[in-house]
Design a protein around this ligand. Structure first.
Ligand code: ADP
Length: 481
């Protein structure tokens, strides 16, 4: 007889409802991939993964049929608030959206104000935990993501919930360790919650949401194998490295996959010209269309480099600008799509002003333009200081744009130097410059370039393998007493 594992998957964002970064891609595609394994008769194990999300005001439910499912009171924290749960099918997965006054003040997924976000996500986490208790859905595994929902794993152990969740196992996926959630002693007290209770966790971290989740979790997943190792070192551990090293037995890396139906140059409706590995020559039309639409001169023989990124320190925008400035003698064109840190945005604006014939900066979030950049650029630059997984380099590969990356985290695990991209061994300008110059040289040799492109397009970035690794993890957890 089949064994059914019920998994509650809780996240702050998911495509196609709302997206800020890679977390949304993952939350929008992993549950679908896991549920679809059921078709393969996976050793008699069946998964029922259901997703829970906040009904953000900025989200798009136009293509979803939303059923008003349940209303309930949340009594913890700031006095009674009414929560309404909606049920829908999103990405072929049963998805519950939780709505209530905890969201009403915020128009974005995340605000600039950490305390506002703490209030929003602690209430959402309590509501998600209470929700499954109320509908009496036996949760075998509570799977949460990043600091926003990490508290769920401590909440299920609180006396009011612990009976219902007494057999529930827990998984925390860390997509980005440095975002710990901020100090929150006051707010924890208000909700009757305790600080992380582990002497190996530094005192300054014990009242932050992610460390609390890290201590409470039965298993921790990072989104690449290299990042799982990196976070146990002072360079990447954000001060938690000693705790993580001591608890390394509960940490594993599982690389993220891509939704290969959505990120598919053969069917992508955003592209000027769709293409496949057999019709790579058609790509040139996308390059010309892109250059034309951003107002740069159409230069077929000059390498066009793209970046689609949150603009912040992690992503190495400053390094990129310095490298380009140091190779002005070479011919190149650059398009950057992204927004974020206003100081860094200003640096990019000034860079464009300085080199208007070479550089375009599109300071915004623009899904359609992102697809055009992946499909029209020759090279895709990701000079990240750290990168837990990185999806953009995989998307670039699928669309025939050759990634130039730093050899960190998931970039190191997916890009092989001179095969499907270029890897700078060090995170510094000299190292990035060296591989960039090398890539520009090879670009002149069309046969070799095509080989790079084909190597990239043949990479298997689907969820198939990683979803199976998650199943192994869930089975191991279920086997535990
Ligand atoms: P992170 O999750 O750290 O932001 P990833 O590389 O894992 O980085 O994922 C980024 C995702 O967000 C990719 O799908 C990328 O295309 C998308 N993205 C980032 N910035 C923008 C933007 N300004 N406009 C459109 N898509 C963007």
């Amino acid at each position: 007889m089949d064994k059914l594992i019920n998994i509650a998957y809780v996240a702050s964002e998911a495509t196609p409802f709302v997206k800020v970064g890679g977390l949304a891609d993952v939350a929008g595609s992993l549950p679908k991939a896991l549920n679809s394994l059921n078709d393969d008769n996976f050793d008699g194990i069946k998964l029922d993964m259901r997703v829970v999300l906040p009904l953000h005001n900025c989200g798009d439910t136009n293509n979803l049929i939303m059923e008003r499912f349940l209303s309930f009171q949340l009594t913890e924290g700031f006095g009674d608030i009414e929560i309404t749960a909606y049920k829908t099918l999103m990405n072929d997965t049963i998805t519950y959206f939780l709505d209530g006054s905890f969201l009403s003040d915020s128009s974005n997924v995340y605000s600039e104000n950490p305390v506002e976000d703490q209030k929003k996500f602690i209430q959402f986490s309590f509501a998600a935990v209470r929700f499954f208790q109320l509908i009496d859905w036996k949760v075998d595994i509570f799977h949460v993501n990043d600091w926003h929902t990490a508290l769920c794993l401590a909440i299920i152990k609180m006396p009011v919930f612990s009976d219902f969740y007494s057999f529930t196992k827990s998984v925390l996926t860390i997509h980005n360790l440095p975002y710990l959630g901020g100090n929150s002693d006051q707010i924890l007290k208000k909700f009757g919650m305790l600080r992380a209770n582990d002497i190996n966790m530094p005192t300054w971290a014990q009242d932050q949401f992610l460390p609390i989740g890290i201590v409470a979790a039965d298993e921790i997943v990072t989104v690449s194998k290299t990042y799982a190792e990196e976070i146990q070192t002072p360079n990447y551990g954000c001060g938690l490295e000693n705790y993580l090293l001591k608890n390394r037995n509960k940490i594993r890396g599982i690389i993220n996959g891509l939704d290969s139906d959505y990120w598919n140059p053969v069917t992508d409706k955003h592209l000027y010209r769709r293409f496949s590995i057999e019709t790579l020559h058609l790509r040139l039309e996308n390059k010309e269309d892109l250059l034309c639409s951003i107002g740069l001169k159409i230069e077929r023989k000059i390498p066009l480099v793209g970046m689609v990124t949150r603009i912040n320190h992690q992503k190495g925008i400053d390094l990129a600008l310095n490298v380009f400035e140091s190779i002005l003698a070479e011919d190149w064109q650059l398009v950057i799509l992204g927004s974020g840190d206003s100081n860094l945005e200003n640096d990019v604006i000034n860079f464009q002003k300085k080199y208007p014939g070479k550089v375009r900066f599109l300071c915004k979030y623009d899904e359609s333009m992102a697809h055009k950049i992946y499909s029209g650029t020759d090279l895709f630059l990701m000079p990240s200081r750290y990168e837990p997984c990185g999806l953009s380099q995989m998307i670039a590969n699928r669309y025939g744009s050759i990634p130039i990356v730093t050899g960190v985290g998931g970039l190191k695990d997916t890009i092989i130097h001179e095969k499907n991209g270029y890897v700078a061994p060090e995170v510094n300008e000299i190292s990035i410059k060296k591989v960039m110059e090398r890539a520009f040289m090879v670009f002149d040799d069309l046969d070799r370039w095509r080989l790079h492109q084909k190597n990239g397009m043949r990479m298997d970035y689907s969820w198939t393998n990683s979803a199976k690794e998650y199943v192994v993890l869930y089975r191991q957890l279920m086997a535990r007493k």
